[in-house]
Design a protein around this ligand. Structure first.
Ligand code: GLU
Length: 498
C-alpha cells in the first residue's frame, strides 16, 4: 500500500508527478493499493481550488487512485482536515504515556535562546524547559489560558533505517531537541499527522523526495512511541535543471495544467517523468503505462540527481503524437481546436468557424497533415486554421514566389486551376492531384517548368501561409470545390495589381 500525499497549497507540479507516478507504479506492480491523501493541515494555505487541480491533474495523467477523495475507501476520510478526532486521540495517548508534553515557552524566549546557542557555536535546539512539568502544572497553565504547543520527547540516540533506494541512512537524534508535533490538540503538524495517517491507512511503503529524509528519523521515533510497525522508506533523488540548479520555472518546470494547456500528452509526460530517477537497465525509452507497471522497480532507481530537460519531454511528445492513429489524434486535438474557436460543437455535430457542418473524417484529415512534424497539440490550430474558415486573409504579396510579378502569379494560378478542374470530382485525392502535376512537369511543352513557380502561388492561395503543408495535401484536405474557390479568390485578389 503506497500513497501520494500532496498538500493543496499550490497546483499539482510536474516535480510532484514523479512522486505520484513512482508510488502508483510500485503499488500496481506489486498488486497493491495506491492511496491519495490530501494533506491540508495548513488551513491557511490550503484551498479547494488547488485540491481540485490536483485531482484533475492526477486523472488526466491516468494515475487513478484506489482509495482517496471522491473514491472513498476503508481507511478514510482521506483529507487530513477531516481527521482531527483521530489525531487528537493519539496526541492524548502520547501525552498520557509521557512521550509528549505541553510546552508553554513563549516564542520570543525560544528565539533568544536559539540565537544564544548559535552565537556560542552550540547546536540550536529546545532546552527542555517544560519537559519536567507534571500533569497538574500543565493543566493549571492551560486553564490560565497560556498558549502552548505539544512537544515530543526525542531520545538522545542514533536512529537508522534501510532506505530502499539509498541504503542505510543514520541520524543522531541528540541534535534534534524535543520537537513540536502539534500547536494544539486539534492542530497536529506534518511529522505527527503523517505517521498517524500512514499507520491508520496501512501504508507499507513511503516513496517520496529526498528533501523528506530529515523527517524520516522523526517519523520513526513517533511510530516507535505509538507501537506502530515501521514502514519501508524510499527517497528519490532531487530533480535538477540542465544547469544542475534547483528545478524551477526557468527550466520550464511548471504545474501540470500548463502542460495540458500547451498540448502535451499525458502518456508522454509519464514516460518522461519516470526517467527522472529510474531507468530500465537498457536503451529502451518508450514505455506505455502498462509496460512501466511491469518494468518499474525501486532497485533501478538511482541516488544521484535527475535532470529535467524539457527538450526530452518535447521529443517524447512527438513520439506519442506519431504513434496515434487519425481518430486518436483528432480526438486529442479537438480540445485545442475548440478552445481556439476553429471548431464548435452543436449537439453531436461539429461546425467550422462559418458554422458549417464538418465531418469527423475532415478533422482527421486536417490533423493528419501535421502528424509527422508536430511537437505539441497546441501548435495545431495555427497550422490547420485555413481548413476551418470560409475565406482566408493574407497579404497578396505572399502569393509571389521569389521575384515573380503579379502577372506571373496569375498565369501560374490559372494553370493550376485548369489542372485541378481536369481531375474528376469523384477521384479527387492527394495521389490524383500529385500525378496530375507530375504529368504536367514531365511534359516538355509545359508553359511553366519551374515547380516553385507553379506550386508556391497555388499553396499560398489554399493556405494563406508562407510555411505550411504542401499544396497537394492542402488541396486534398480542402476538397475540389473549396480548392477551386480559393484559387479563384487569389486570382481575384491580385487582378487589381495587373
Ligand atoms: N504533504 C507532504 C508533501 O507535500 C507529504 C510528504 C510525505 O510524503 O510524507 O510534501
Amino acid at each position: 500500500r503506497t500513497r501520494f500525499a500532496p498538500s493543496p497549497t499550490g497546483f499539482l507540479h510536474i516535480g510532484s508527478v514523479r512522486t505520484a507516478l513512482y508510488n502508483y507504479l510500485f503499488a500496481k506492480k506489486n498488486n497493491g493499493i495506491f492511496v491519495l491523501r490530501i494533506e491540508d493541515t495548513d488551513q491557511e494555505r490550503s484551498t479547494k481550488e488547488y485540491e481540485a487541480d490536483i485531482l484533475a491533474g492526477m486523472k488526466w495523467l491516468g494515475l487513478d487512485w484506489d482509495e482517496g477523495p471522491e473514491k472513498g475507501g476503508e481507511y478514510g476520510p482521506y483529507r487530513q482536515s477531516e481527521r482531527k478526532g483521530i489525531y487528537r486521540r493519539y496526541l492524548e495517548k502520547l501525552i498520557d504515556e509521557g512521550y509528549a508534553y505541553y510546552c508553554f515557552c513563549d516564542k520570543k524566549e525560544l528565539e533568544a535562546k536559539k540565537n544564544y546557542q548559535i552565537s556560542q557555536g552550540m547546536v540550536a535546539k529546545y532546552d527542555g524547559k517544560c519537559a519536567g512539568l507534571n500533569k497538574e502544572q500543565a493543566a493549571e497553565k492551560i486553564s490560565q489560558g497560556i498558549p502552548y504547543v505539544i512537544r515530543f520527547r526525542v531520545p538522545e540516540e542514533k536512529i537508522s533505517f534501510e532506505d530502499l533506494i539509498r541504503g542505510k541512512v543514520e541520524f543522531d537524534c541528540s541534535l534534534f531537541g524535543d520537537m513540536v508535533i502539534a500547536t494544539s490538540l486539534d492542530s497536529p503538524l506534518y511529522n505527527f499527522a503523517v505517521v498517524i495517517d500512514d499507520y491508520e491507512m496501512k501504508i507499507t511503503h513511503i516513496i517520496r523526495g529526498e528533501d523528506h529524509i530529515p523527517n524520516t528519523p522523526k517519523q520513526i521515533l513517533i511510530q516507535r512511541a505509538l507501537g506502530f510497525p515501521r514502514t519501508e522508506f524510499a527517497h528519490m533523488p532531487m530533480i535538477l535543471g540542465p544547469d544542475k540548479s534547483k528545478l524551477s520555472k526557468r527550466h520550464n518546470a511548471e504545474p501540470v495544467n500548463y502542460y495540458y494547456k500547451n498540448g502535451y500528452l499525458p502518456e508522454a509526460i509519464n514516460n518522461f517523468i519516470v526517467f527522472l530517477g529510474w531507468n530500465p537497465g537498457n536503451e529502451r525509452e518508450v514505455f506505455s503505462k502498462e509496460e512501466l507497471i511491469k518494468e518499474f522497480s525501486l532497485e533501478r532507481c538511482r541516488k544521484s540527481g535527475a535532470i529535467f530537460n524539457i527538450q526530452k519531454l518535447d521529443w517524447f511528445n512527438g513520439v506519442y503524437i506519431r504513434n496515434m492513429n487519425p481518430e486518436e489524434l483528432a480526438n486529442a486535438s479537438l480540445p485545442y481546436l475548440i478552445a481556439t474557436n476553429l471548431i464548435s460543437k452543436d449537439g453531436d455535430n461539429y461546425l467550422n468557424r462559418n458554422k458549417e457542418k464538418i465531418d469527423f473524417a475532415y478533422i482527421e484529415k486536417a490533423v493528419l497533415l501535421y502528424r509527422e512534424r508536430l511537437i505539441k497539440l497546441s501548435e495545431l490550430p495555427e497550422l490547420v486554421d485555413f481548413l476551418f474558415v470560409g475565406d482566408i486573409a493574407y497579404p497578396k504579396e505572399t502569393l509571389l514566389w521569389k521575384s515573380m510579378s503579379f502577372e506571373d502569379a496569375q498565369t501560374a494560378l490559372r494553370e493550376s486551376e485548369r489542372l485541378i478542374k481536369e481531375i474528376p470530382d469523384d477521384t479527387f485525392s492527394f495521389s490524383k492531384i500529385e500525378s496530375k502535376f507530375s504529368e504536367y512537369f514531365a511534359n516538355p511543352n509545359a508553359s511553366i517548368t519551374n515547380r516553385g513557380y507553379l506550386l508556391w502561388p497555388l499553396r499560398v492561395s489554399l493556405t494563406g501561409k508562407k510555411a505550411s503543408c504542401g499544396p497537394f495535401e492542402a488541396a486534398d484536405a480542402l476538397g475540389k470545390k473549396r480548392t477551386l474557390d480559393r484559387i479563384g479568390q487569389a486570382i481575384q485578389k491580385i487582378s487589381q495589381e495587373i
